[in-house]
Design a protein around this ligand. Structure first.
Ligand code: CTP
Ligand code: MG
Length: 399
């Protein structure tokens, strides 16, 4: 039997409330895990398989907007359908939505299984092409006891031919649609997967090997575990770069402060605080990685209390903002642009001052200096400019 692109449809069930996962805010399928929602991850594999023509997502009546927002990469490509009070009712709604132009086959998948992989789906499709109903399942590995918590064991159940059923489950469309319609009209019949409905209706269901990774997110712990697994193969780490620039002019005086180090000089720098032009540029660069404004936002130059203040307090404030956002400073690079004084003799003291302020190792700090080749105001010795760049790594992936 040959399939064309319109002959397989997929139904993704996402209308549950995720009560056991303790989804205080949003049901588990809308949680962002490893940078994308559980729902989007569950769909992605299917969307890349050519033979799959249509994808139906069944959502809760209250969640249409949430569902659309959870699928930013699938705008206009999926059919949204409202679910029912039970998984079974939700599936029937999904099947009914396809029945106007019925596909030859349908795969029904829980949004709560985001780790479904391409190999599993292709193996199911291969088997489905024979016209059979087919499900993935894995052998039970624990010894099984019948009983109740706190009571005595009633019996040990032989697990040799017992399997845990997974999704996606694949069916000839008309057969499963008929079975579902009949089950819906039969009082007292309530099933937790679609294979049970097929079995009830007398449709033979073949078991193929499932995937150990294809677990269902059921409990809160499963969400946390999923985040950990995905974090271990993060593809887009949240690394941010900030830059800062500052200039101060010379006025009469006898020392300047650069990178927190006091240097005897024929003039002093004019301006905000101790006028440490390098630390001002560095503070701006650090703040930029959190979108936290600039030095003037936090320490207005009009406020007399910062007059003469050591600029390391500004750096410390920016570091605290980064820390609160969970960031880790990967490196900083400061360039001083001046004709004089010479920076080289002070570099070691500057490095250790900045190391103390940032709490990072010395090889992650760079302090460089250049003249302005006697050009412009810096070339005429009227002031000093500084440029700072930093990279900060934040937890999680880029969305
Ligand atoms: N589901 C559905 N419609 C329902 C109930 C469940 O579409 N009325 C979907 C869920 O969104 C999930 C899948 O069926 O993708 C499997 O159900 P389950 O793991 O039980 O999810 P929830 O019902 O959301 O969770 P809970 O039972 O803990 O509330
Ligand atoms: Mg449920």
């Amino acid at each position: 039997m040959l399939l064309n692109s319109q002959e397989i449809a997929v139904i993704i069930l996402a209308a549950g409330r995720g009560i056991r996962a303790g989804s205080a805010g949003e049901p588990k399928q809308y949680h962002v895990v490893g940078g994308i929602t559980v729902l989007e991850r569950a769909i992605t594999v299917f969307s890349k398989i050519q033979e799959i023509g249509r994808i139906v997502v069944v959502h809760h009546d209250d969640d249409k907007m949430t569902c659309e927002a959870a699928l930013p990469h699938f705008k206009g490509q999926i059919i949204l359908v409202t679910g029912g009070n039970t998984r079974q009712a939700s599936t029937l709604n999904g099947l009914a939505a396809l029945s106007g132009t019925p596909p030859q086959f349908v795969m029904i998948h829980d949004a709560a299984r985001p780790f479904v992989d391409d190999n599993l789906v292709r193996r199911l499709i291969e088997q489905m092409k024979t016209g059979e109903a087919v499900i993935p399942a894995i052998p039970i590995s624990d010894t099984l006891k019948r009983g109740t918590i706190g009571e005595f064991v009633q019996e040990t159940v032989n697990r040799n031919d017992l399997f845990g059923a997974q999704t996606p489950q694949a069916f000839p469309f008309e057969a499963i649609f008929n079975a579902h319609q009949r089950a819906a009209q039969t009082v007292g019949v309530e099933f937790t997967d679609d294979a049970s409905i097929a079995e009830w209706a007398g449709i033979p269901v073949r078991i193929i090997a499932g995937s150990q990774e294809n677990t269902k997110i059921t409990w809160k712990r499963d969400l946390e575990l999923a985040e950990k697994i995905l974090l271990s193969h993060t593809r887009f780490p949240d690394v941010r770069t900030g830059n800062g620039y500052d200039v101060h002019s010379f006025v009469p005086g006898d020392f300047i402060t650069l990178c927190g180090v006091k240097i005897a000089y024929r003039a002093k720098l004019n301006g905000h605080s101790d006028s440490d032009v390098a630390l001002h540029a560095l503070t701006d660069a650090l703040l930029a990685t959190c979108g936290a404004g600039d030095i003037g936002t936090h320490f207005p130059p009009t406020d007399a209390k910062w007059s003469g203040a050591p600029s390391k307090i500004f750096v410390a404030h920016a570091v605290e903002i980064i820390r609160k956002n969970g960031g880790k400073i990967a490196n900083v690079d400061v360039t001083l642009i001046c004709e004089a004084p010479q920076i080289g003799p002070h570099r070691a003291a500057m490095l250790s001052a900045i190391q103390e302020m940032l709490g990072i190792s010395i090889e992650r700090i760079s302090i460089k200096a250049t003249t302005n080749e006697k050009l412009g105001f810096i070339g005429r010795g009227e002031g000093i400019a500084a440029i700072a760049t930093t990279s900060v790594v934040f937890p999680g992936d880029l969305p």
